[in-house]
Structure formats: C-alpha cells, structure tokens
Write a protein of this length. Structure first.
Length: 179
C-alpha cells in the first residue's frame, strides 16, 4: 500500500505526481494525473462479438490503446504493444488494444496478423463511440488504468511500449497489488 501512495499521491504542494518520473524518452508526452480519474462507462466487443466493458478487467493494471487499421502511427506502434503484452501480460497486467476501425473485427484481426501482433486479444468498436466516451480525439491514444479501473495517465500519439521507461512504468504499477 505504501508503494501505491508513493506512486499515486503528490508529495506536497506543487509536487509532480510520482508517475511523472516515467514521462521521459519514449513516454515524454505522458500526461500523468495528480489523482486517479474515474473512467467513462464505455463498452466494446471482444473477438467473439460479445459486449464487454472495462469492469471486466478490474483487479489488473490495464494499458488501453485505441487504434485503427488506417492509422500509420498505430501500425508503427502496435508491434511494441504486442511485445509489452508478451513481456508483462498475465494475472496482474493486460493490454486492451481496441480497434475503432469501421471495418470491424475481421479487418482488425487481419491487421494484427499483418503487423505480428496477433498475440493481443481482439477488441473492437466499429461505432467509434468508445473514442468519444474516453475523450480520444486522435489516434493512437493510450490510457493507463489502475486495478480499480481508474485512469492514472494517458498518452496521445505513438510510443514504444516495450521501451525501458515504459516497462519501468508498468512494473511500478504492477509492483503494488493494491494499485
């Protein structure tokens, strides 16, 4: 619990949030929140077509990435997101890469196979409503959730999500089982 407080609580008036220390290198544009923010109620579909929401991921640290097949920066970023899932995915962490491509699940699955990211669970929202609900006004956008499903940070634009600074950020959140 102490690590959680150190990670998510400002040290004093005017102090940067502790997660801000990871906003370097590949994550230099990471916007870290002073306190976790509630996540908008939004749903999307899994690979079988079933409706799912973020509450299904409670108890895990989640990296939510909104992307589309026509998004060139998404194409560049997706292999690193896949490698992150391979490196850290499990009981404590999940990458939820959600396609907002209007082409639907089949087109999104083909894309994941093309970019060597087919280890990622397939999540889609061809209605693009999730983007509006989450305040995503460009792609790619990545939102980091704590175990309670609250937003702790977001990054607009691509990054190498298996870079040392990204792995350190994910590890810091996973390290405290209460985060």
């Amino acid at each position: 619990m102490a690590l959680l407080m150190a990670i998510l609580s400002p040290a004093g008036a005017g102090a940067e949030p502790p997660l801000a220390q990871y906003a370097t290198g590949q994550l230099q544009n990471l916007a870290v929140h002073d306190t976790p923010k509630p996540l908008a109620d939004a749903s999307f579909r899994d690979g079988s077509g079933a409706e799912i929401g973020f509450d299904a991921f409670r108890g895990k640290v989640v990296l939510v990435n909104l992307w589309a097949t026509w998004c060139a920066p998404c194409r560049h970023e997706m292999p690193s997101i896949s490698r992150l899932q391979t490196a850290r995915g499990g009981d404590d962490f999940l990458v939820a890469a959600i396609s907002v491509d209007r082409g639907g699940a089949e087109k999104s699955l083909t894309f994941l196979q093309e970019v060597d990211a087919d280890n990622l669970p397939l999540y889609v929202d061809p209605t693009t409503r999730i983007g509006r609900a989450l305040g995503a006004y460009g792609l790619p956008i990545t939102i980091l959730l704590n175990r309670q499903g609250e937003e702790v940070a977001r990054l607009v634009g691509p990054a190498e999500w298996d870079s040392p600074e990204a792995l350190a950020l994910i590890d810091a959140l996973i390290a405290d089982g209460a985060s």
